[in-house]
Design a protein around this ligand. Sequence first.
Ligand code: HEC
Length: 146
Amino acid sequence: MFKRFILLTILVLSVMALAACGGDDKPEATATPEPQAVVEPTATEAVAAAPAGDAANGAKIYSTICIACHGPDAKGVTGLGKDLTTSEWVATQSDAQLVEFIKTGRDAGDPLNTTGVAMPPKGGNPAMSEQEILDIVAYVRSIHQQ
Ligand code: HEC
C-alpha cells in the first residue's frame, strides 16, 4: 500500500517535471519572431535611402572600377568578382550596409567570404567619395534581379 503511494508520488512528480520543461519552451517560442521584426526596419530603410544615389553616374563608375572583377554585365568574373545581379546577399542588405561594405571590402579570411578572393576596399580606389559610393549602390540596385 505504502509502496503504491510512493510510486504514485514519483509519477506525479515526473509529470510535473515534464510540464515544467514544456513551460520553459514557451518563452523561447515567443522570442523567435523578434529577429523578423528587426529585419523589417532595414527593408524600409533601403527604400527610404534609395533616392540618395544617381544610378546613371554609378554605372559610369562601375564601368571604370568594378567592371574589372565583376564583369561588363555584372555577372561576375571567375576567380575575381561575384555575380552582383543575382546575389542574395545584396538583396538582404540596406543601402547603408552596402555603402559600408564597399568602403571596407571583404577580406579573403572574412567568414562571409565564399570565393577565397578578397574584395578590396572601394574596389581598390581609395579616392572614391561618399556620393560616388551612393551612386554605385543605386546602380547595383538597378541591375539586381530579385
Ligand atoms: C579586385 C577585384 C574586385 C573589384 C575591383 C571589385 N570587387 Fe566586388 N568583389 C570581389 C570579390 C572577389 C568578391 C567576393 C568576395 C567573397 O568571396 O565573398 C566581391 C564581392 C562583392 C559584393 C558582394 C557580393 C556577394 O554576393 O557577397 C558586392 C556588392 C561587390 N563586390 C560590389 C563591388 C563594387 C560596387 C565594386 C566597384 C566599386 C567592386 N565590387 C569592385 C572583387 C572585386
